[in-house]
Every structure is written in structure tokens, then in C-alpha cells.
Write a protein that binds this ligand. Structure first.
Ligand code: AMP
Ligand code: MG
Length: 423
């Protein structure tokens, strides 16, 4: 496996003191590797997990040609050209109950949605189109040969790949797997991610605040994001700004987890002792990223007892924690989970508000995307300070102002990223 130093040496325009979001992600994604470890689970228990192996379909779904509508199965050769045609109804077929005989010229069979197409027929005329009288079915012209027929294997074909390794198993995939008659799937094991907050000013909920203290909210947002991402989140509490305690916490975290996420302690004043201490534990780089919020960040790999873990040292400000998690840690953890779809789509929306912005950094303003007069419009959620967590809570999207971009006038189009993409 390449060292972080090697990965960085292969990265062009690498400047740790003014790193673009894209470069930081390039380094992170080329350094992290999927974890090994696969387990077999019943289909429902696999919801939210990542498929470890391709699923090859052993059957055709559907297994037979069948009807997409309630109506009459006919032979396309019997369909009327210019004048209506009358056929003899010789029986019926239902979903799960086939018509046993063969349909000859001039004949038809009544059938319901999902019923197997009777032998000799290839077309379904919907019941609303015909006139039925005493077993005689009159069909008007204007029918297409093959209409309203579902073909065997049109959903999933025998011998072909139904789902690829790396697919997130959502409700649609659970159903798809069940439609193949499969009851158990091989999924990647859950990622173990240890997390803790650093800071002498932090107080855990349930205790009384003294002057200058703040409640530790980062451990709650981090727990929530890790859990929604499908990780096993290991809460290691609050660690004081003391190199010895920090070192012990990092060693312990690295010994038990695949990745360690910390908040606080990487800003310029604090980074010096952290840097020296982290350097002892493995390979860690300190970045100033050209972004707002969330400029400082540490990234690397640290050793615990007998094993090592990726380290994400996030800034302390509550919004910066969420934004850096969203835009760096999320993709890294999904890569480690073996996911094959990581990028989040950007949508274009009209900005309802003007936004000041300097070229040379990426900004993630918190926004509300809403439909106004038939057009998707986005407005920012008030004050955007990196300590104002309400700006995240009120938002349903990020307004992504790109690296090169300058300010935005009200009415300009902007890029928007929906927050539900986290899961
Ligand atoms: P730092 O990055 O450690 O300098 O912290 C930057 C700011 O974020 C300071 O105002 C801290 O009080 C605040 N902060 C750091 N950690 C937390 C936390 N876990 N919960 C809430 N605020 C925090
Ligand atoms: Mg701090």
C-alpha cells in the first residue's frame, strides 16, 4: 500500500497551506482503501449495507411472458386491419392460474394482469376496448401487435448481473433480490468509526455550564452522521487539550476502529502540539483548505495496538465539523465501505438572495430550496457563521459556490446540493 507521502507526491499542485477541496479529496480518495470482511445476512437485515459480490440472476424475471393489463389475449394475426373483428372467447387465465389449452385462429382468452400469455397468443387487447356479448368478443381496429405484453426476462435476465458489488442496498434492492428468490446476501462488514471531541471548554450534556464553557454538540452531530451513513459509531467522549491525553485517546481509537474522527484542536494555535504528537503516531498531514466554513483539517493514518486507522482531524466549530464531514469524510468512509457511487449530484437553482464571495475558495452556504412560482429557488438560512448550527438545522441543502466563482446577485443561477445525500 502506498504511503501518504507517496500519494501526495503523485498529486499535482499540492499546497497544504492552500489546498482546494478537489485536491484534498483527490489525496483522501487515493489513500483510503476498502476494508475487507464480508458477512452473509438475511435480505431485510442487509438494508443500508453494501453488496460485497455481484448478484447474477439465476432466473428470468418475469419468468414467463405475461399480461400487463386486464383484457383478452389474442393472436396478432387475428387483429383487425380496417374493420372490427369478432373472436370466440374459449377460456380465462389469471395471475398464478394458467390457461391450459392452445389458442387457435379466431379465438381469444380472457386474462388478468400478471396472467401467463396462453400458448399461441402474443398480444393483449384491454377489456375497455372490446365489446363482449355471449362469449363473442368484438375488437376494433387500431391495435398494435405485441401490445400490453410483458416479456420474460424484461426486468432481470437469467445469467446476467442483477446487482453489482458496491451497491448500497435500499428498499428497491431488497425487493429486487427477493424477486430473484434469494433470501441471503453477502455484504461488507460495518465500518467501525471512533470519534471524540477535544477542548478544555467542553461540557457534556446533563452538567451545569460555568462561564466560558460550551456544551459538546459535535459528538451528537458526528454520531448522527456516522450512524446515518451506516457505520458503527464508537463514542469516546471528550478529550482535554493535553497532548498526553490526546495521544492515549488516539492510540486507543486506532486500536479498535477503521477510522477515527476528531473535532477541534487543529486550528493554528492548537495545531503545533497536536502536530508533533500525531507525527509520532503515524503519518498525518495538516491542511489549510481553501473553503468556508472549515479551513483547518488533519488527515492521515495512525497506529494503535496491532492495527492502524485513518484519521480525520476536523475543526471544532459545529458547522465546520458538519461541512468537512459531509464533503471529505463521507466520501472517504463510503470508499472504505466499498461503495461504487459516491458523488453527490449538483442541481441548478435560482438564488433568491445575493451572496458575497471571493474567488479562490469553495463556500458551502446553508440554504433552503423551495418551489416558488413554478421555479426552484434557494435562499440562505440567515447568518452563516461557522459556529451557528441553526444555519444547518434550518437548511435542506448546501449552496455550493465554486472555487473560481465570485459573488452572486439575487436572481443568478447557483449550484445546490441536497443534504439528504448524506445517506
Ligand atoms: P477549535 O477548533 O478547537 O479551536 O474550536 C473552534 C470553536 O469550536 C471554539 O469556539 C470551540 O468552543 C468550538 N467547539 C469545539 N469543539 C466543540 C464541540 N465539541 N461542541 C461545540 N463547540 C465546539
Ligand atoms: Mg479546541
Amino acid at each position: 500500500m502506498a504511503t501518504l507521502k507517496e500519494v501526495i507526491s503523485c498529486t499535482s499542485d499540492y499546497d497544504p497551506d492552500a489546498l482546494t477541496v478537489a485536491k484534498a479529496n483527490e489525496v483522501i480518495r487515493s489513500f483510503v482503501r476498502p476494508v475487507s470482511g464480508v458477512e452473509k445476512l438475511p435480505v431485510r437485515a442487509a438494508l443500508g449495507r453494501v453488496l460485497a459480490r455481484n448478484i447474477i440472476s439465476l432466473i428470468n424475471v418475469p419468468s414467463h411472458d405475461n399480461s400487463a393489463m386486464d383484457g383478452y389475449a389474442v393472436r396478432s394475426a387475428d387483429l383487425p386491419q380496417t374493420e372490427a373483428v369478432t373472436l370466440a372467447e374459449i377460456g380465462a387465465a389469471f395471475a398464478g392460474k394458467e390457461f391450459a389449452g392452445k389458442v387457435g385462429p379466431g379465438q381469444c382468452v380472457r386474462l388478468m394482469t400478471g396472467a401467463v400469455m396462453p400458448e399461441g397468443t402474443d398480444t393483449v387487447v384491454i377489456q375497455e376496448a372490446v365489446t363482449a356479448y355471449g362469449g363473442r368478443i368484438t375488437i376494433p381496429p387500431g391495435q398494435e401487435p405485441g401490445q400490453n405484453r410483458r416479456l420474460a426476462g424484461e426486468d432481470l435476465q437469467r445469467g446476467k448481473s442483477a446487482l453489482r458489488a458496491g451497491t448500497l442496498l435500499r428498499p428497491a434492492e431488497l425487493g429486487l433480490i427477493a424477486s430473484l428468490g434469494i433470501g441471503e446476501v453477502s455484504v461488507r462488514r460495518k465500518l467501525k468509526v471512533a470519534f471524540f471531541s477535544t477542548g478544555d471548554e467542553l461540557v457534556s450534556v446533563g452538567k451545569r455550564l460555568k462561564a466560558g464553557e460550551v456544551y459538546d454538540s459535535n459528538r451528537y452531530t458526528l454520531w448522527g452522521m456516522l450512524t446515518r451513513l451506516g457505520c458503527e459509531a464508537i463514542d469516546m467522549g471528550v478529550v482535554r487539550d493535553d497532548p498526553k491525553k490526546l495521544e492515549a485517546a488516539l492510540r486507543k481509537a486506532a486500536a479498535s476502529a477503521d477510522a477515527v474522527v476528531t473535532s477541534g484542536g487543529v486550528s493554528v494555535g492548537e495545531a503545533d502540539f497536536t502536530k508533533q504528537m500525531m507525527a509520532k503516531l503515524g503519518e498525518v498531514v495538516f491542511w489549510k483548505i481553501a473553503m468556508r466554513p472549515g479551513r483547518p483539517m488533519a488527515f492521515g493514518r495512525i497506529r494503535g495496538r496491532r492495527r492502524s486507522a485513518y484519521l480525520f482531524g476536523l475543526p471544532g466549530n459545529p458547522v465546520a465539523v458538519m461541512v468537512t464531514f459531509y464533503h471529505f469524510v463521507r466520501g472517504a468512509l463510503l470508499t472504505m465501505m466499498g461503495r461504487n457511487d459516491i458523488e453527490l449530484p449538483l442541481l441548478r437553482a435560482r438564488s433568491g438572495t445575493a451572496m458575497r464571495k471571493k474567488p479562490g475558495r469553495t463556500e458551502y452556504q446553508r440554504g433552503v430550496l423551495e418551489l416558488k412560482n413554478g421555479e426552484w429557488t434557494v435562499r440562505v438560512t440567515g447568518a452563516q457563521g461557522s459556529g451557528i448550527l441553526r444555519s444547518m438545522s434550518e437548511a435542506n441543502c448546501f449552496v455550493v459556490l465554486g472555487h473560481e466563482q465570485g459573488g452572486v446577485k439575487a436572481g443568478d443561477p447557483v449550484d445546490v446540493m441536497l443534504m439528504d445525500g448524506l445517506v
